[in-house]
Design a protein around this ligand. Structure first.
Ligand SMILES: [Zn+2]
Length: 254
């Protein structure tokens, strides 16, 4: 015996459909026409990159591997990588993601990845005034073209000022907007970026750590240097983990 309860929640309607003890809550939105599971956006840019990467792996396997056991193990890997990337996901969120690992054919992968689009969150938008406040010593701060940014594709906001050889990175760290700056030295060659771990054209980024050890002399300073992608847009498309980025920012801001 099925039971349906519905109530108005303008402009959207919610339906609880209960069948044999199983209960599913759906939202029927005028905007999205049709039923959509009640998952709020929860996929951050770097997590979306994990999804895309795993979707590619699975697609490759489905197109080339016929051994069932091998395919099963690829699916297991996809599933565990998704779990790893979403340590705080709720059961509903996990169920939403696991659709990908279970997909029967490679043809269905693009539409499955597309179906996750509504669950993507965006980097909190920033204004020019906010950026200037983050770098008060830079009176002539050059800011990126903010209006053209799709904030869903942003894990960190990175831009360079070639005139002063500086690289700026802005990030939401524990709910606080923080910015770091450092010297930017192009290497004119490819290497491994410390943030996305991909082999790309890199530059050396050297920032001064604000924290000082106890009893340090007044002229003590510690510079932290890392090789980072020259193209931060590409880096944001590749980054799958924010641990290193957060550690680095923490070390610089002290
Ligand atoms: Zn990178």
């Amino acid at each position: 015996m099925g039971r349906t309860v519905s109530y108005d929640e303008s402009p959207e309607k919610a339906y609880i459909v209960s069948n044999n003890g199983l209960c599913t809550l759906f939202f029927s939105s005028n905007k999205n026409k049709g039923l959509k599971s009640m998952c709020k956006p929860f996929i951050r840019n770097h997590q979306y990159n994990v999804i895309r990467k795993q979707a590619d792996q699975l697609k490759k396997a489905l197109n080339t591997v016929s051994d069932r056991k091998v395919l099963e193990s690829v699916r297991d890997t996809v599933q565990s990588k998704l779990h790893e990337a979403f340590p705080e996901a709720t059961e509903l969120q996990i169920a939403t993601l696991e659709k990908l690992a279970a997909i029967p054919s490679a043809d269905e992968i693009p539409s499955c990845v597309d179906s996750l689009e509504p669950y993507r969150t965006a980097f909190g938008e920033v204004t020019e005034a906010q950026l200037k406040k983050l770098f008060p010593k830079n009176k002539k701060l050059k800011v990126p073209a903010l209006a053209s940014i799709d904030y869903r594709d942003v894990t960190y906001l990175g831009w360079t000022d070639i005139a002063t050889n500086k690289l700026y990175i802005v990030y939401h760290l524990d709910g606080r907007l923080v910015g770091i700056e450092g010297r930017y030295t192009p290497t004119n060659k490819k290497g491994v970026c410390f943030l996305c771990h991909r082999h790309e054209e890199i530059a050396l980024f050297t920032a001064i750590a604000k924290s000082k050890p106890a009893h340090a002399s007044p002229d003590y300073y510690k510079a932290i240097g890392n090789y980072v992608c020259v193209n931060s847009e590409a880096c944001n498309k590749n980054i799958t983990d924010v641990t290193v980025l957060e550690k680095f920012i923490q070390a610089v801001i002290g």
